[in-house]
Design a protein around this ligand. Structure first.
Ligand SMILES: [Zn+2]
Length: 248
């Protein structure tokens, strides 16, 4: 267990909820979500999903949609502005918190399989994204880089809601072959339980603007991942009826 903690303490996803549910506005689904856990989250037919329960433009919202057509505002989201989920109307769900959800996901994987995985990269500052992007441009050029790394000001990693996961010990890190690893397969099948979405699916490059990234998971909360599973949507752009973002 200590070893596990050693792995996950490097997580720098959005901060966990610090406010109380009473700060949130009452919403019809409040009763449902207050029973939510990362392990078991059931949606009954009596509950209508509320698409307006969280903002898709506010970077503090776990539903924020950031892509090549939807840059962050401001682009240089400061670390101190990192996620406070206590202002969300879906507070009982957000109470899980992205960091807690990621920690729980990694720990559950180890508990269920006896294997391990780790956070390769999570929150990045604007300056870090500049470094990552420019380093890739020097190696690959702009066109190839734009398929795999977001330009500064348009990265989900800057919001604190995204995490790149890798196997431990490392195997196919940040490579498409991660999809075929035990860890990659497990994430693909189970990440939704913890509120994480495979953000860049292989068959949605024209929608997301990014190559298949089986390691990149985006926290949107189990309320939304459950609804996306139920309705069959696999990208935020399509679910929220937004334009595709194949290019800048
Ligand atoms: Zn990533």
């Amino acid at each position: 267990m200590l070893a596990t903690l050693g792995v996950v303490t490097s997580l720098t996803l959005g901060a966990a909820l610090t406010g109380s549910p009473s700060q949130a506005q009452a919403a019809p689904e409040q009763t449902l979500v207050s029973r939510a856990t990362t392990k078991a989250f059931a949606v009954t037919s009596a509950v209508v999903f509320n698409r307006n329960a969280a903002s898709i433009t506010d970077p503090r919202s776990p539903w924020v949609v950031v892509n090549k057509k939807r840059p962050l505002n401001p682009p240089q989201l400061r670390a101190s502005a990192r996620i406070r989920t206590d202002q969300l109307r879906v507070a009982p769900v957000a109470a899980v918190g992205a960091s807690k959800a990621a920690t729980k996901m990694l720990a559950t994987y180890q508990a269920e399989t006896g294997r391990r995985m780790q956070s390769q990269s999570a929150y990045r500052s604007y300056a870090t994204q500049v470094s990552v992007y420019n380093a890739s441009v020097r190696i690959r050029g702009v066109a190839a880089t734009d398929k795999i790394i977001a330009r500064p000001g348009t990265s989900e990693h800057q919001t604190g809601w995204a995490i790149d996961v890798s196997a431990l010990p490392s195997n196919c890190s940040l490579s498409t072959c991660f999809a075929n690893t035990h860890q990659g397969k497990w994430l693909s099948a189970n990440a939704w339980r913890f509120g994480f979405l495979l953000r860049y699916p292989a068959n949605k490059v024209a929608v997301t603007g990014y190559s298949f990234e089986p390691w990149h998971y985006r926290f949107v909360g189990p309320y939304l991942t459950t609804e996306m599973r139920r309705t069959g949507f696999t990208t935020l752009e399509e679910f929220f009826r937004l334009p595709a973002a194949p290019s800048y």
